[in-house]
Design a protein around this ligand. Structure first.
Ligand code: GDP
Ligand code: MG
Length: 477
Protein backbone atom coordinates (compact mmCIF):
# COMPACT_ATOMS: atom_id res chain seq x y z
CA UNK A 1 0.00 0.00 0.00
CA UNK A 2 1.18 3.52 -0.66
CA UNK A 3 0.04 4.58 2.78
CA UNK A 4 -1.41 7.82 1.48
CA UNK A 5 -4.71 7.32 3.28
CA UNK A 6 -3.10 6.66 6.64
CA UNK A 7 -3.01 9.29 9.31
CA UNK A 8 0.62 9.75 10.29
CA UNK A 9 1.88 11.36 13.47
CA UNK A 10 4.98 13.51 13.78
CA UNK A 11 8.21 11.53 14.21
CA UNK A 12 9.96 12.09 17.54
CA UNK A 13 13.61 13.00 17.32
CA UNK A 14 16.40 13.09 19.94
CA UNK A 15 19.74 14.85 19.65
CA UNK A 16 22.81 13.02 20.93
CA UNK A 17 26.57 13.40 20.76
CA UNK A 18 29.79 14.24 22.54
CA UNK A 19 29.96 17.28 24.79
CA UNK A 20 30.63 20.47 22.78
CA UNK A 21 29.73 18.85 19.45
CA UNK A 22 26.97 21.46 19.17
CA UNK A 23 23.76 19.75 20.36
CA UNK A 24 22.41 22.78 22.19
CA UNK A 25 23.41 25.16 19.43
CA UNK A 26 21.77 22.94 16.84
CA UNK A 27 18.53 22.95 18.81
CA UNK A 28 18.67 26.74 19.07
CA UNK A 29 19.20 26.96 15.37
CA UNK A 30 16.22 24.69 14.71
CA UNK A 31 14.01 26.69 17.08
CA UNK A 32 14.84 30.15 15.83
CA UNK A 33 14.22 29.66 12.19
CA UNK A 34 15.14 32.47 9.85
CA UNK A 35 11.53 32.85 8.78
CA UNK A 36 10.79 36.53 9.30
CA UNK A 37 8.14 37.87 11.60
CA UNK A 38 5.39 36.30 13.62
CA UNK A 39 5.95 33.03 15.31
CA UNK A 40 8.65 31.55 13.15
CA UNK A 41 6.35 29.73 10.79
CA UNK A 42 4.26 27.96 13.40
CA UNK A 43 7.09 26.49 15.48
CA UNK A 44 5.68 25.80 18.93
CA UNK A 45 7.39 25.31 22.22
CA UNK A 46 6.02 22.23 23.89
CA UNK A 47 6.57 20.49 27.17
CA UNK A 48 10.11 19.16 26.88
CA UNK A 49 10.04 19.44 23.12
CA UNK A 50 9.87 21.70 20.10
CA UNK A 51 7.31 21.10 17.39
CA UNK A 52 8.15 22.01 13.81
CA UNK A 53 5.25 21.86 11.39
CA UNK A 54 6.13 20.40 7.99
CA UNK A 55 5.20 23.72 6.39
CA UNK A 56 7.88 25.51 8.36
CA UNK A 57 10.44 23.00 7.20
CA UNK A 58 9.28 23.42 3.64
CA UNK A 59 9.63 27.20 3.88
CA UNK A 60 13.18 26.83 5.09
CA UNK A 61 14.24 24.63 2.21
CA UNK A 62 14.34 24.82 -1.52
CA UNK A 63 11.89 21.94 -1.75
CA UNK A 64 9.71 22.17 -4.82
CA UNK A 65 6.09 23.08 -4.10
CA UNK A 66 4.73 19.82 -5.49
CA UNK A 67 7.03 17.62 -3.40
CA UNK A 68 5.12 15.95 -0.62
CA UNK A 69 5.90 15.66 3.06
CA UNK A 70 3.90 12.81 4.53
CA UNK A 71 4.17 13.66 8.21
CA UNK A 72 2.49 16.69 9.84
CA UNK A 73 5.76 17.83 11.40
CA UNK A 74 8.68 16.90 13.58
CA UNK A 75 8.81 16.73 17.36
CA UNK A 76 12.34 17.41 18.61
CA UNK A 77 13.05 16.51 22.24
CA UNK A 78 14.55 19.54 23.92
CA UNK A 79 17.07 18.24 26.39
CA UNK A 80 19.90 16.68 24.46
CA UNK A 81 20.89 13.40 26.03
CA UNK A 82 17.95 13.53 28.44
CA UNK A 83 18.04 10.81 31.05
CA UNK A 84 14.70 9.53 29.82
CA UNK A 85 16.41 8.60 26.63
CA UNK A 86 19.07 6.48 28.27
CA UNK A 87 16.46 5.19 30.70
CA UNK A 88 13.96 4.30 28.07
CA UNK A 89 12.63 0.90 28.70
CA UNK A 90 13.61 -2.34 27.11
CA UNK A 91 10.37 -3.67 25.76
CA UNK A 92 8.01 -2.18 23.26
CA UNK A 93 8.32 1.48 22.58
CA UNK A 94 11.24 3.76 22.95
CA UNK A 95 10.99 7.49 23.44
CA UNK A 96 12.48 8.42 20.08
CA UNK A 97 11.70 7.25 16.61
CA UNK A 98 14.94 8.58 15.30
CA UNK A 99 18.11 10.26 16.57
CA UNK A 100 20.43 12.96 15.30
CA UNK A 101 24.00 12.18 16.32
CA UNK A 102 25.98 15.42 16.29
CA UNK A 103 29.65 15.07 15.35
CA UNK A 104 32.13 17.95 15.30
CA UNK A 105 33.72 17.74 11.85
CA UNK A 106 37.03 19.01 13.24
CA UNK A 107 37.09 16.29 15.93
CA UNK A 108 35.52 13.26 14.32
CA UNK A 109 33.82 10.58 16.45
CA UNK A 110 34.56 11.08 20.15
CA UNK A 111 33.99 8.86 23.16
CA UNK A 112 30.42 9.87 23.98
CA UNK A 113 29.49 9.80 20.31
CA UNK A 114 30.63 6.21 20.08
CA UNK A 115 28.70 5.38 23.24
CA UNK A 116 25.57 7.02 21.85
CA UNK A 117 25.89 5.07 18.63
CA UNK A 118 26.33 1.85 20.61
CA UNK A 119 23.16 2.60 22.57
CA UNK A 120 21.21 3.34 19.38
CA UNK A 121 22.47 0.12 17.84
CA UNK A 122 21.38 -1.96 20.85
CA UNK A 123 17.93 -0.34 20.88
CA UNK A 124 17.67 -0.52 17.12
CA UNK A 125 16.98 3.22 16.79
CA UNK A 126 17.76 4.67 13.36
CA UNK A 127 19.90 7.79 13.21
CA UNK A 128 21.42 10.41 10.96
CA UNK A 129 24.77 12.07 11.56
CA UNK A 130 24.89 15.89 11.64
CA UNK A 131 28.49 16.59 10.73
CA UNK A 132 28.57 19.91 12.50
CA UNK A 133 30.80 23.01 12.53
CA UNK A 134 31.56 22.97 8.78
CA UNK A 135 32.09 26.73 9.16
CA UNK A 136 35.22 25.86 11.13
CA UNK A 137 36.92 24.47 8.04
CA UNK A 138 39.81 26.78 7.27
CA UNK A 139 38.71 29.43 4.77
CA UNK A 140 34.99 28.58 4.87
CA UNK A 141 32.84 31.20 3.19
CA UNK A 142 29.63 31.68 5.15
CA UNK A 143 26.34 31.13 3.32
CA UNK A 144 23.71 31.65 6.04
CA UNK A 145 21.04 28.94 6.15
CA UNK A 146 21.92 27.70 2.68
CA UNK A 147 21.34 24.11 1.55
CA UNK A 148 24.65 22.33 1.99
CA UNK A 149 25.32 21.43 -1.65
CA UNK A 150 24.90 25.07 -2.61
CA UNK A 151 27.14 26.20 0.25
CA UNK A 152 29.84 23.71 -0.73
CA UNK A 153 29.84 24.91 -4.33
CA UNK A 154 30.80 28.41 -3.15
CA UNK A 155 33.89 27.12 -1.31
CA UNK A 156 37.48 27.19 -2.56
CA UNK A 157 39.22 24.03 -3.76
CA UNK A 158 41.19 23.87 -0.52
CA UNK A 159 38.07 23.95 1.62
CA UNK A 160 36.42 21.32 -0.56
CA UNK A 161 39.51 19.13 -0.30
CA UNK A 162 39.62 19.39 3.50
CA UNK A 163 35.89 18.75 3.67
CA UNK A 164 36.27 15.57 1.60
CA UNK A 165 39.00 14.02 3.67
CA UNK A 166 37.30 14.87 6.95
CA UNK A 167 34.11 13.23 5.72
CA UNK A 168 36.13 10.17 4.62
CA UNK A 169 37.63 9.99 8.10
CA UNK A 170 34.20 10.00 9.78
CA UNK A 171 32.94 7.37 7.33
CA UNK A 172 35.85 5.14 8.39
CA UNK A 173 35.13 5.73 12.07
CA UNK A 174 31.44 4.91 11.59
CA UNK A 175 32.48 1.75 9.81
CA UNK A 176 34.45 0.80 12.93
CA UNK A 177 31.19 1.19 14.87
CA UNK A 178 29.53 -1.22 12.47
CA UNK A 179 27.74 1.25 10.18
CA UNK A 180 28.10 2.03 6.51
CA UNK A 181 27.53 5.73 5.90
CA UNK A 182 27.50 8.31 3.12
CA UNK A 183 26.77 11.98 2.53
CA UNK A 184 22.99 12.01 2.32
CA UNK A 185 22.91 13.56 -1.16
CA UNK A 186 25.16 10.79 -2.48
CA UNK A 187 23.43 8.00 -0.57
CA UNK A 188 21.62 5.58 -2.87
CA UNK A 189 20.58 3.14 -0.14
CA UNK A 190 18.86 5.35 2.39
CA UNK A 191 17.36 2.36 4.20
CA UNK A 192 20.67 0.65 4.94
CA UNK A 193 23.36 3.30 4.77
CA UNK A 194 23.54 5.97 7.47
CA UNK A 195 22.99 9.49 6.15
CA UNK A 196 25.55 12.17 6.91
CA UNK A 197 24.36 15.79 6.78
CA UNK A 198 27.05 18.48 7.01
CA UNK A 199 25.79 21.41 9.12
CA UNK A 200 26.75 24.60 10.84
CA UNK A 201 24.68 25.38 13.90
CA UNK A 202 26.18 28.88 13.89
CA UNK A 203 25.59 30.05 10.32
CA UNK A 204 22.86 27.56 9.46
CA UNK A 205 24.32 25.83 6.40
CA UNK A 206 22.82 22.36 6.01
CA UNK A 207 20.13 22.86 8.69
CA UNK A 208 17.34 22.91 6.07
CA UNK A 209 18.79 19.69 4.65
CA UNK A 210 18.80 18.03 8.04
CA UNK A 211 15.18 18.90 8.78
CA UNK A 212 13.98 17.98 5.33
CA UNK A 213 15.81 14.68 5.44
CA UNK A 214 14.14 13.85 8.74
CA UNK A 215 10.59 14.56 7.62
CA UNK A 216 11.04 12.79 4.30
CA UNK A 217 13.32 9.87 5.16
CA UNK A 218 11.76 8.83 8.47
CA UNK A 219 8.30 8.01 7.05
CA UNK A 220 10.04 6.08 4.24
CA UNK A 221 11.69 3.74 6.68
CA UNK A 222 9.03 3.50 9.41
CA UNK A 223 5.60 4.12 7.95
CA UNK A 224 4.05 1.54 10.26
CA UNK A 225 5.52 3.00 13.41
CA UNK A 226 4.37 6.50 12.48
CA UNK A 227 0.80 5.47 11.77
CA UNK A 228 -1.54 7.12 14.24
CA UNK A 229 -3.40 4.60 16.42
CA UNK A 230 -5.77 5.00 19.34
CA UNK A 231 -3.63 2.95 21.71
CA UNK A 232 -1.77 5.29 24.01
CA UNK A 233 2.00 5.14 24.04
CA UNK A 234 3.43 7.67 26.44
CA UNK A 235 6.78 8.16 28.18
CA UNK A 236 7.43 10.13 31.37
CA UNK A 237 10.09 12.83 30.96
CA UNK A 238 10.11 14.37 34.42
CA UNK A 239 8.14 15.46 37.46
CA UNK A 240 7.70 19.16 38.19
CA UNK A 241 6.01 21.31 40.77
CA UNK A 242 3.88 24.05 39.23
CA UNK A 243 2.59 26.76 41.53
CA UNK A 244 -1.02 26.80 40.48
CA UNK A 245 -1.37 23.05 39.91
CA UNK A 246 0.96 21.23 42.32
CA UNK A 247 2.74 18.10 41.11
CA UNK A 248 2.72 17.60 37.36
CA UNK A 249 4.20 14.96 35.07
CA UNK A 250 5.81 16.03 31.83
CA UNK A 251 5.34 13.36 29.22
CA UNK A 252 5.89 12.75 25.57
CA UNK A 253 2.71 11.41 24.04
CA UNK A 254 4.11 9.15 21.33
CA UNK A 255 0.84 7.74 20.03
CA UNK A 256 -2.88 7.79 20.79
CA UNK A 257 -4.79 10.47 22.68
CA UNK A 258 -5.03 11.50 26.32
CA UNK A 259 -8.31 12.77 27.78
CA UNK A 260 -9.07 14.71 30.91
CA UNK A 261 -10.36 12.21 33.47
CA UNK A 262 -8.52 9.19 32.01
CA UNK A 263 -7.46 6.62 34.57
CA UNK A 264 -3.69 6.27 34.39
CA UNK A 265 -0.90 4.20 35.93
CA UNK A 266 2.58 5.54 36.51
CA UNK A 267 5.62 3.57 37.70
CA UNK A 268 7.44 4.41 40.91
CA UNK A 269 10.19 2.52 42.73
CA UNK A 270 7.59 1.65 45.33
CA UNK A 271 5.29 0.15 42.73
CA UNK A 272 2.58 1.22 40.30
CA UNK A 273 0.40 4.22 41.19
CA UNK A 274 -3.09 4.41 39.76
CA UNK A 275 -4.61 7.87 39.51
CA UNK A 276 -6.51 10.00 37.03
CA UNK A 277 -5.78 12.98 34.80
CA UNK A 278 -7.09 16.15 36.44
CA UNK A 279 -5.74 18.53 33.84
CA UNK A 280 -4.05 18.27 30.47
CA UNK A 281 -1.81 21.24 29.83
CA UNK A 282 0.34 22.76 27.11
CA UNK A 283 2.24 26.04 27.16
CA UNK A 284 0.54 28.95 25.42
CA UNK A 285 2.02 29.74 22.02
CA UNK A 286 4.87 32.24 22.28
CA UNK A 287 2.72 35.16 21.11
CA UNK A 288 0.18 34.71 23.87
CA UNK A 289 2.69 33.86 26.55
CA UNK A 290 3.25 37.46 27.58
CA UNK A 291 -0.43 38.08 28.16
CA UNK A 292 -0.97 34.90 30.17
CA UNK A 293 2.31 34.64 31.96
CA UNK A 294 3.17 31.53 33.91
CA UNK A 295 -0.03 29.89 32.87
CA UNK A 296 -0.87 26.91 30.72
CA UNK A 297 -3.61 26.23 28.27
CA UNK A 298 -6.05 23.51 29.44
CA UNK A 299 -7.36 20.83 27.12
CA UNK A 300 -10.07 18.19 27.16
CA UNK A 301 -8.09 15.93 24.84
CA UNK A 302 -4.66 15.90 23.19
CA UNK A 303 -3.39 13.76 20.33
CA UNK A 304 0.06 12.37 19.55
CA UNK A 305 2.75 13.25 18.95
CA UNK A 306 3.41 16.03 21.40
CA UNK A 307 4.83 17.07 24.73
CA UNK A 308 2.17 17.35 27.44
CA UNK A 309 1.97 18.35 31.08
CA UNK A 310 -0.38 16.26 33.18
CA UNK A 311 -1.78 17.25 36.56
CA UNK A 312 -2.63 14.24 38.71
CA UNK A 313 -2.57 13.20 42.35
CA UNK A 314 0.07 10.88 43.78
CA UNK A 315 2.52 11.05 40.90
CA UNK A 316 5.47 12.70 42.65
CA UNK A 317 7.62 9.54 42.55
CA UNK A 318 6.98 8.57 38.93
CA UNK A 319 10.19 7.36 37.29
CA UNK A 320 11.54 9.20 34.26
CA UNK A 321 11.78 7.02 31.20
CA UNK A 322 8.95 4.66 32.14
CA UNK A 323 5.59 4.40 30.42
CA UNK A 324 2.43 6.10 31.49
CA UNK A 325 -0.36 3.59 30.99
CA UNK A 326 -3.99 4.49 30.32
CA UNK A 327 -6.55 2.07 31.73
CA UNK A 328 -9.55 2.08 29.42
CA UNK A 329 -12.97 1.38 30.96
CA UNK A 330 -13.46 -2.38 31.15
CA UNK A 331 -9.74 -3.14 31.16
CA UNK A 332 -8.20 -5.28 33.87
CA UNK A 333 -6.56 -2.87 36.30
CA UNK A 334 -4.59 -5.60 38.08
CA UNK A 335 -3.11 -6.85 34.86
CA UNK A 336 -2.17 -3.34 33.80
CA UNK A 337 -0.51 -2.73 37.15
CA UNK A 338 1.45 -5.96 36.87
CA UNK A 339 2.69 -4.91 33.43
CA UNK A 340 3.70 -1.54 34.87
CA UNK A 341 5.51 -3.27 37.71
CA UNK A 342 7.52 -5.40 35.32
CA UNK A 343 8.53 -2.28 33.47
CA UNK A 344 9.80 -0.67 36.65
CA UNK A 345 12.28 -3.46 37.14
CA UNK A 346 13.39 -3.23 33.55
CA UNK A 347 13.82 0.52 33.84
CA UNK A 348 15.73 0.32 37.09
CA UNK A 349 18.09 -2.41 35.99
CA UNK A 350 18.61 -0.67 32.66
CA UNK A 351 19.50 2.64 34.28
CA UNK A 352 22.00 0.82 36.45
CA UNK A 353 23.47 -0.84 33.42
CA UNK A 354 23.97 2.59 31.87
CA UNK A 355 25.49 4.14 34.96
CA UNK A 356 28.09 1.44 35.30
CA UNK A 357 31.58 2.67 34.84
CA UNK A 358 35.04 1.53 35.77
CA UNK A 359 34.40 1.73 39.48
CA UNK A 360 31.25 -0.26 39.09
CA UNK A 361 32.17 -2.82 41.73
CA UNK A 362 33.31 -0.24 44.23
CA UNK A 363 30.15 1.84 43.97
CA UNK A 364 27.97 -1.25 44.07
CA UNK A 365 29.65 -2.39 47.27
CA UNK A 366 29.18 1.05 48.81
CA UNK A 367 25.55 1.07 47.81
CA UNK A 368 24.99 -2.41 49.12
CA UNK A 369 26.48 -1.52 52.47
CA UNK A 370 23.85 1.23 52.68
CA UNK A 371 21.00 -1.25 52.35
CA UNK A 372 19.53 -1.80 55.78
CA UNK A 373 19.60 -5.36 56.95
CA UNK A 374 18.30 -7.16 60.04
CA UNK A 375 19.87 -9.85 62.17
CA UNK A 376 17.13 -12.20 61.14
CA UNK A 377 16.02 -12.35 57.54
CA UNK A 378 16.42 -13.86 54.11
CA UNK A 379 19.42 -13.47 51.84
CA UNK A 380 18.79 -11.72 48.51
CA UNK A 381 20.99 -11.95 45.47
CA UNK A 382 20.42 -10.15 42.15
CA UNK A 383 22.13 -9.13 38.93
CA UNK A 384 21.81 -5.39 39.50
CA UNK A 385 21.52 -2.95 42.34
CA UNK A 386 18.19 -1.72 41.02
CA UNK A 387 16.58 -5.13 41.03
CA UNK A 388 18.13 -5.92 44.39
CA UNK A 389 16.56 -2.80 45.88
CA UNK A 390 13.29 -3.56 44.18
CA UNK A 391 13.13 -7.06 45.66
CA UNK A 392 13.96 -5.77 49.13
CA UNK A 393 11.35 -2.99 48.88
CA UNK A 394 8.82 -5.50 47.69
CA UNK A 395 9.51 -7.94 50.52
CA UNK A 396 9.05 -5.11 53.03
CA UNK A 397 5.73 -3.95 51.65
CA UNK A 398 4.19 -7.41 51.75
CA UNK A 399 1.74 -8.15 54.53
CA UNK A 400 4.24 -10.77 55.69
CA UNK A 401 6.94 -8.10 55.99
CA UNK A 402 9.91 -10.35 55.19
CA UNK A 403 13.14 -8.93 56.64
CA UNK A 404 16.50 -9.18 54.85
CA UNK A 405 19.68 -10.22 56.66
CA UNK A 406 22.08 -9.87 53.75
CA UNK A 407 22.43 -9.33 50.05
CA UNK A 408 24.89 -9.50 47.22
CA UNK A 409 25.26 -8.88 43.51
CA UNK A 410 26.26 -11.43 40.89
CA UNK A 411 26.37 -15.25 40.94
CA UNK A 412 25.53 -17.13 44.13
CA UNK A 413 28.79 -18.49 45.56
CA UNK A 414 29.53 -20.82 48.43
CA UNK A 415 30.18 -17.87 50.76
CA UNK A 416 26.69 -16.55 50.14
CA UNK A 417 25.21 -19.87 51.18
CA UNK A 418 27.49 -19.91 54.22
CA UNK A 419 26.06 -16.57 55.31
CA UNK A 420 22.53 -17.83 54.80
CA UNK A 421 23.18 -20.92 56.95
CA UNK A 422 23.42 -18.63 59.98
CA UNK A 423 19.62 -18.43 59.89
CA UNK A 424 19.24 -22.18 60.31
CA UNK A 425 19.76 -21.76 64.04
CA UNK A 426 18.15 -18.34 64.44
CA UNK A 427 15.02 -18.54 62.32
CA UNK A 428 14.88 -21.51 60.02
CA UNK A 429 12.20 -20.19 57.68
CA UNK A 430 14.58 -17.41 56.67
CA UNK A 431 17.45 -19.74 55.82
CA UNK A 432 16.81 -18.96 52.18
CA UNK A 433 18.41 -17.24 49.21
CA UNK A 434 16.18 -15.34 46.80
CA UNK A 435 18.14 -15.30 43.56
CA UNK A 436 17.04 -13.10 40.69
CA UNK A 437 18.65 -13.23 37.27
CA UNK A 438 21.90 -14.75 38.58
CA UNK A 439 23.69 -18.08 38.26
CA UNK A 440 24.00 -20.43 41.20
CA UNK A 441 27.48 -21.96 41.27
CA UNK A 442 27.56 -25.79 41.60
CA UNK A 443 29.47 -25.76 44.93
CA UNK A 444 27.00 -23.25 46.29
CA UNK A 445 24.13 -25.47 45.26
CA UNK A 446 25.78 -28.50 46.87
CA UNK A 447 26.30 -26.70 50.14
CA UNK A 448 22.70 -25.47 50.10
CA UNK A 449 21.37 -29.01 49.68
CA UNK A 450 23.68 -30.36 52.39
CA UNK A 451 22.95 -27.63 54.91
CA UNK A 452 19.25 -27.16 54.25
CA UNK A 453 19.36 -23.58 52.87
CA UNK A 454 16.60 -23.12 50.30
CA UNK A 455 17.41 -21.34 47.05
CA UNK A 456 14.55 -19.69 45.18
CA UNK A 457 15.04 -18.70 41.56
CA UNK A 458 12.67 -16.88 39.22
CA UNK A 459 12.89 -14.78 36.08
CA UNK A 460 10.66 -11.96 37.29
CA UNK A 461 10.82 -10.16 40.60
CA UNK A 462 7.12 -10.67 41.08
CA UNK A 463 7.37 -14.43 40.66
CA UNK A 464 10.36 -14.67 42.91
CA UNK A 465 8.62 -12.91 45.77
CA UNK A 466 5.44 -14.88 45.10
CA UNK A 467 7.03 -18.31 45.30
CA UNK A 468 8.84 -17.34 48.44
CA UNK A 469 5.71 -16.04 50.18
CA UNK A 470 3.86 -19.21 49.15
CA UNK A 471 6.62 -21.21 50.75
CA UNK A 472 6.38 -19.21 54.00
CA UNK A 473 2.59 -19.54 54.07
CA UNK A 474 2.86 -23.31 53.60
CA UNK A 475 5.36 -23.55 56.45
CA UNK A 476 2.97 -21.68 58.73
CA UNK A 477 0.03 -23.90 57.89
P1 GDP B 1 26.85 20.64 23.24
O1 GDP B 1 27.73 20.40 24.42
O2 GDP B 1 26.90 19.49 22.29
O3 GDP B 1 25.46 21.06 23.59
O4 GDP B 1 27.54 21.84 22.45
P2 GDP B 1 27.10 23.38 22.35
O5 GDP B 1 25.92 23.56 21.50
O6 GDP B 1 27.04 23.93 23.71
O7 GDP B 1 28.36 23.97 21.55
C1 GDP B 1 29.66 23.94 22.09
C2 GDP B 1 30.44 25.10 21.51
O8 GDP B 1 30.61 24.95 20.10
C3 GDP B 1 29.77 26.46 21.70
O9 GDP B 1 30.75 27.41 21.95
C4 GDP B 1 29.09 26.70 20.38
O10 GDP B 1 28.93 28.06 20.11
C5 GDP B 1 30.05 26.05 19.41
N1 GDP B 1 29.39 25.56 18.21
C6 GDP B 1 28.34 24.72 18.15
N2 GDP B 1 28.01 24.47 16.88
C7 GDP B 1 28.87 25.18 16.12
C8 GDP B 1 29.03 25.34 14.71
O11 GDP B 1 28.34 24.76 13.88
N3 GDP B 1 30.06 26.15 14.30
C9 GDP B 1 30.88 26.77 15.19
N4 GDP B 1 31.83 27.55 14.70
N5 GDP B 1 30.74 26.66 16.50
C10 GDP B 1 29.75 25.86 16.98
MG1 MG C 1 24.58 21.35 25.50
Amino acid sequence: SSGTDRELRAPICCILGHVDAGKTKLLDCIRHSNVQGGEAGGITQQIGATYLPAENIRERTSLKAEATIKVPGLLVIDTPGHQSFSNMHLRGSSLCDVAVVVVDITQGLEKQTIESIGLLKRRNVKFVVALNKVDRLYGWKTCPNAPIVKALKSQSDDVQREFKWRVAEVVTQLKDCGFNSALYYENKKIKEVVNIVPTSAVSGEGIPDLLLLLVRWVPEIMMEKLTYVDTVECTVLEINEVKEFGTTIDVVLINGALKKGDQIIVCTKQGPVTTSIRHLLTPYPLKELRAKQGSYERHEELKAAQGVKIVARGVQHALAGTSLIVVKPGHDLEQAEAAAMQEIYNAISLSNENERGKNEDETAIKEISRIQTCKEGVYVQASSLGTLEAIIEHLKTLSLNVPVSGCNLGPVHKQDVMKATAMLKRKEEYAAILAFDVKVMPEAFELAVESGVKIFIADTVYKLVDIFTDYIKKLKE
